[in-house]
Design a protein around this ligand. Structure first.
Ligand code: HEC
Length: 134
């Protein structure tokens, strides 16, 4: 009996820990490419946020390179992690700030309404990562 209870407690804790963890692999494969992508009607995140003076300061791309190196990606991952509340996309600055106000986002983003609604496909990819997708 005690044993079964303990097993359940451990499983519950593992569940919480799993939800809190941000996957570097998913970040690298799915999230970071969104920062580089030219999305219809929007300037690319990287064009304003590389070397930016705000909390979303991505690494500057090496001249001549269109992608970040592994080391730069790791630094970006750290920077971006500070803007994310694991398990809670709706509380994460990374998504809330560039989301249009009528879609539930912040009143103002210097880079405009990057995501019109939470149904935007790229918004969803980032939200899944924050929820703990592996
Ligand atoms: C045209 C330039 C521009 C583009 C493109 C842009 N941003 Fe921004 N962003 C800004 C500026 C300027 C600020 C600082 C002022 C403010 O808080 O809005 C900012 C602030 C932010 C912040 C808040 C950082 C902090 O200090 O708390 C986040 C998060 C953010 N942007 C995410 C994004 C994402 C994600 C994209 C791409 C989907 C993007 N931005 C595209 C200009 C841009």
């Amino acid at each position: 009996m005690i044993c079964a209870r303990m097993t359940m407690a451990v499983m519950a804790l593992a569940g919480i820990a799993g939800a809190q963890e941000l996957s570097y692999e998913v970040y690298k494969a799915k999230v970071e490419p969104i920062f580089l992508k030219k999305r219809e009607g929007h300037a690319r995140c990287v064009s304003c946020h590389a070397g930016a003076n705000n909390a979303f300061g991505l690494q500057a791309l090496t001249p001549g390179s269109k992608v970040w190196t592994e080391e730069q990606t790791r630094k970006n991952f750290q920077t971006v992690s500070y803007l994310v509340t694991p398990g809670k996309p709706e509380e994460s600055t990374l998504l809330k700030h560039p989301l249009a106000p009528e879609g539930g986002g912040d009143i103002f983003h210097g880079g405009g309404r990057q995501f019109p609604t939470k149904n935007d496909p790229e918004f969803k990819v980032i939200a899944d990562w924050i929820r703990g997708a592996k």
